[in-house]
Design a binder for this molecule. Structure first.
Ligand code: 2P0
Length: 340
């Protein structure tokens, strides 16, 4: 039997943000994201029976020992769930479609791709007795919270919330029944800063412990999850724009008001935000922004606004991007298993 699995798995962009944990990889509030299409990781996992667990990680064909401790920690955390995983040595070969230096987080796509490969191994061993993707999402979460949402296409919810049936802190679920406008939603990622993020996600999540506005944030996030469910079902884009921009600014506001504080926006981030808001007012469209924990801007818009968005980029935004760079992406269908 072949001792290899290969999966392509996408990144995602959160609309209501996960920021803050209660306990080990348990989110302080539920979150919801669009799965992307073009920004993805492809990972091949090879395994061989061995006396003890060992790892070799290759990135773009080159051994990358700096990733190996993170992978080792990940396996240490999932082996208690699936003890058979301890009986192998692993080779992990991974490539991303987006450049490493772009400042786009690869943990969601990378950890979900690896989790899916591990699930293929577990399936071969006959060790998966619940749903394959639910197991993959659970393992991906243990590697990186946002990765739990990357195992499904479309819109994906993670975290227990009373308005989302079968929602769980352990794994993400696909959000069904959304308005068709979201089948073709666009995400243009405007690269303001290429390079490493200045605050790691573990430090970032930790900032919410004892944060002066932490409790309020988690309450607002729970309410925003209720609101966005209605918005995504009805396709009310005016309300969507208002909610996602507020979520993005709140995320950054929380980082600005924590101890220590972090300002992750750069002057061009703010300039882009203002250009987007002014253009929207003047051009009767639904082009909006959201932000990750960094300086880059995700410009989200429906397919009907593609021409306007391109005009905005060409005339106003490209000069504010690092080396004029931006990445065109859109909602995607989720991971793909690759023959190998
Ligand atoms: C999100 N982010 O919902 C939020 C919004 C960034 C900003 O989840 O510690 O890499 O690996 O569970 O998932 C980034 O944090 O954190 C993140 P870990 P993760 O997408």
């Amino acid at each position: 039997m072949k001792q290899r699995a290969k999966w392509q798995s996408p990144s995602n962009i959160a609309l209501v943000k996960y920021w803050g944990k209660k306990g080990f990889q348990i989110p302080s509030n539920a979150s919801i994201s669009f799965t992307l299409s073009n920004c993805h990781t492809t990972t091949q996992l090879d395994w061989q029976r061995a006396e003890s667990t060992s790892f070799e990680v290759y990135l773009d064909g080159k051994r990358n020992e700096s990733f190996e401790p993170k992978i080792e920690t990940f396996f240490k955390n999932i082996i208690p769930l699936f003890p058979d995983l301890a009986n192998y040595s692993y080779t992990i070969e991974t490539t991303n479609t987006f450049p490493h230096s772009s400042g786009i987080a690869s943990s969601a796509s990378g950890m979900s791709a690896l989790a899916l490969c591990i699930c293929s191994l577990l399936q071969q061993l006959g060790k998966i007795d619940t749903d394959f993707y639910e197991t993959a999402s659970n393992l991906a979460r243990i590697g990186s919270g946002s990765a739990s949402r990357s195992v499904y296409g479309g819109l994906v919810e993670w975290g227990e919330h009373e308005d989302y049936e079968k929602s769980s802190d352990q794994f993400a679920i696909p959000f069904k029944g959304f308005h068709p406008v979201f089948n073709t939603y666009q995400d243009t990622i405007l690269l303001v800063h290429e390079g490493q993020k200045s605050v790691s996600s573990s430090v970032g999540h930790g900032l919410l412990n004892d944060h002066p506005f932490g409790t309020q944030r988690f309450e607002v996030a729970e309410k925003n999850m209720s609101k966005i469910k209605d918005i995504l079902s009805s396709g009310d884009l005016d309300k969507l724009v208002e909610l996602i921009e507020s979520e993005a600014l709140m995320l950054h506001g929380l980082m600005m008001t924590s101890t220590p504080s972090f300002i992750l926006m750069l002057p061009n981030t703010l300039a882009i935000i203002q250009k987007i808001q002014t253009f929207r007012k003047q051009n009767d469209c639904h082009i909006a922004f959201t932000l990750d924990a960094g300086a880059n801007v995700h410009m989200l818009y429906p397919e009907k606004d593609i021409d306007k968005a391109q005009q905005l980029i060409d005339t106003e935004l490209i000069g504010l991007c690092s080396n004029g760079k931006y990445i065109c992406d859109k909602v995607g269908n989720g991971p793909i298993e690759i023959e190998c």
